[in-house]
Design a protein around this ligand. Sequence first.
Ligand code: ATP
Length: 153
Amino acid sequence: MPFTLEIITPGRVVLHDDQTDFIQVRGKEGELGVLPGHTPLFTALADDLMIVRSHGDREDIVTVMGGFMDVRPDRVTILSPAAELAAEIDEVRARQAAERAQLEIDRQRTAEAEGALERALVRLRAVESVGREAIRPSRVHGAEQIPPDIRGK
Ligand code: ATP
């Protein structure tokens, strides 16, 4: 029996699907795969890509920028400050955000700039992953992931 997945941000319901077969997310305490009938749990999420398998053979990539996940046997609810389906991501905006954040970090390393860079890099990875067959969320985050064309000088 598939389960219901809901991904909610302050602005909208990003995803609501009652035919979800599997999700993989990165929790603050590590990577987590959820199948139907999972033991109830409540966990904080990291900024990362999330894999959603549904309707038997569908696979989607969703970016989730932190927040919380409530897992029950028949339902998973994610409440996040920002989340996007990969296809919704504006690549140019993400590149500009990464560039801005990197310049800021070069000037002065702040948690805010590091967070902005991390979000932009997650979005760029999601854009890249569209159309690929196998996607593995990376555990590595940092400036080394910036594509060479936007790396700070
Ligand atoms: P930016 O500096 O481009 O606004 P940000 O990381 O500061 O990026 P967030 O605070 O994470 O942006 O998100 C603000 C809102 O904008 C959220 O609704 C988020 O889904 C959306 N958003 C941010 N970046 C993008 C993008 N590249 N494509 C589509 N939506 C985006």
